[in-house]
Write a protein that binds this ligand. Structure first.
Ligand SMILES: Nc1nc2c(ncn2[C@@H]2O[C@H](COP(=O)(O)OP(=O)(O)O)[C@@H](O)[C@H]2O)c(=O)[nH]1
Ligand SMILES: [Mg+2]
Length: 450
């Protein structure tokens, strides 16, 4: 990652390929002089935040008719002088324009570099920069509310409030220690305890929302698990409404796994069709598939155990036992399939009774998944990521250590050390304290042009 902001960088900011219009961004101290080399008129005289029509030139040769968006720094995304060129899309024109901008002194932007500059120039804090990437990669419509709240800075605001409260207490402790030589106690112990408890509660509330954020971010992984021939692939296909998997009556046809996506109640569900679990198989490829099924059990958030009801309702009990052994916290539902072949008078309310062949009961599976989607509170959640959650846990540990020390009657100078480290973790979340390594980690997942 380049931390030097003195260069002028450019890249395509829309997806490459056939499109009516493509956008190219050019940002940095020489943005205006570089674009000037390709226009008839001087862009420097144009007012900021205006759009003009122009012909983009290679020497005197016209390349394309374009629109030029001008932003004077610091009033731009990156905080630097910025030009956005709207040219015609396709494979040739945007590439040619970028080539010419590079020849005129621009450098190719690295993935995330525009947002890195926005961060370095104080336009965004680190949680907002992370939200930019989140918004681009969202899979669940229900996650948009949390991501956009983070983008406009609501999460930063709450974190800053937590930081300010921690800092106030920290300053009291320093003062208190100075006065303690004169036997004056500035902060009574009960007040200290109640303030530390309040900080700890706020941090706990944030950390709790991480679990919800994980679901919002990645959706649910729904594993279809069952013995060969139980009808997993048939259910998978019926649910996705189109044939993605090979359906056959030879046991063990699905050798690998196939994924399909669906959105239910705003939450993204990845449906995973696996190879059947069949311990006696001689077939090496299938054995590999089985080992993979076991590893998929660990990754799943929901497991549908597909049972061929003609083999008996209890036929898949060993699979339920296996799931419970491998992954205790997973939501697991038994689906009795091939109900068209039996007279199922013994239907109960806990299991699902369906026929993939006759597409009967599929709505019950969808209703079950929908009930899982509704467990996710989409309105009161920040889209915490793993980095933020880890740092918040460190914050919480420091506050809890301070709390324990207070109860042991430790002097405030010792408590202040814990509060100092708590403050540092919030600084790392917001990016007021950072290292190049931290920024590399955060921006490594960005796409080019962002
Ligand atoms: N009668 C009936 N046959 C089914 C049903 N579901 C699947 N099958 C049949 O059972 C066989 C195995 O299905 P498949 O989906 O490949 O099973 P998998 O090995 O679990 O993926 C195929 O011949 C399907 O047509 C069902 O609900 N009723
Ligand atoms: Mg199959």
């Amino acid at each position: 990652m380049h931390f030097d902001t003195h260069t002028t960088i450019c890249s395509l900011i829309t997806p490459p390929g056939l499109s009516g219009v493509a956008m190219i961004r050019l940002s940095g101290p020489d943005a205006f002089s570089i674009i000037n080399r390709h226009l008839h008129s001087d862009i420097k005289h144009k007012a900021s935040h205006t759009i003009s029509y122009a012909v983009f030139l290679d020497q005197d040769h016209p390349i394309d008719t374009v629109t030029i968006f001008k932003y004077d720094g610091p009033h731009s995304y990156t905080g630097q002088d910025t030009i956005e060129i709207g040219c015609h899309g396709g494979l040739i024109v945007p590439k040619k324009i970028i080539e010419l901008l590079l020849q005129s002194g621009a450098q190719m932007a690295q993935p995330g570099e525009f947002t890195l500059r926005a961060f370095l120039n104080g336009k965004l804090d680190l949680t907002q920069a992370e939200a930019v990437n989140d918004i681009i990669h969202l899979q669940s419509p229900a996650a948009l509310e949390s991501a956009s709240r983070q983008l406009i800075g609501s999460f930063s605001k709450e974190l800053s409030a937590l930081r300010d409260a921690t800092e106030r207490l920290f300053k009291y402790m320093i003062l208190d220690f100075d006065f303690s030589q004169e036997d004056i106690e500035l902060v009574p112990e009960e007040r200290l305890i109640s303030e530390l408890q309040a900080l700890s509660l706020t941090a706990e509330r944030f950390i709790e929302s991480y679990e919800t954020a994980k679901t919002l971010r990645s959706g649910h992984q729904v594993l279809l698990l069952g013995f060969p021939n139980a009808g997993k692939s048939s259910i998978f296909n019926a649910m996705l409404g189109y044939a993605r998997s090979i359906v056959s009556d030879i046991p063990g046809t699905t050798r690998d796994f196939v994924e399909g996506s669906m959105i239910i109640d705003g939450i993204h569900f990845t449906l995973i069709d696996t190879a059947g679990i069949h311990e006696q198989t001689e077939d090496a490829i299938e054995i590999e598939g089985i080992a993979y099924s076991k590893s998929l059990i660990k990754r799943a958030t929901i497991i549908l155990i597909i049972n061929d009801v003609t083999c008996g309702e209890q036929h898949s009990q060993s699979l339920i036992d296996l799931v419970q052994k491998e992954h205790q916290n997973v939501h697991c539902k038994l689906v009795q399939n091939k109900c068209d072949l039996i007279d199922h008078t013994s239907k109960d309310l806990v299991n699902l009774y369906i026929s993939a062949k006759e597409a009967d009961g599929l709505q019950d599976i969808i209703a079950y998944l929908s009930s899982m989607a509704k467990l996710t509170d989409t309105h009161n959640t920040f889209l915490l990521n793993e980095r933020q959650a880890i740092l918040l846990k460190e914050y919480l540990s420091a506050i809890q250590r301070a709390l324990a020390l207070t109860k042991e009657g430790m002097t405030t100078d010792v408590l202040a050390i814990e509060l100092r480290s708590a403050l540092d973790t919030i600084g790392l979340i917001l990016g007021t304290v950072y290292t190049e390594e931290l920024l590399n980690d955060v921006f490594a997942n960005f796409c080019i042009g962002k």
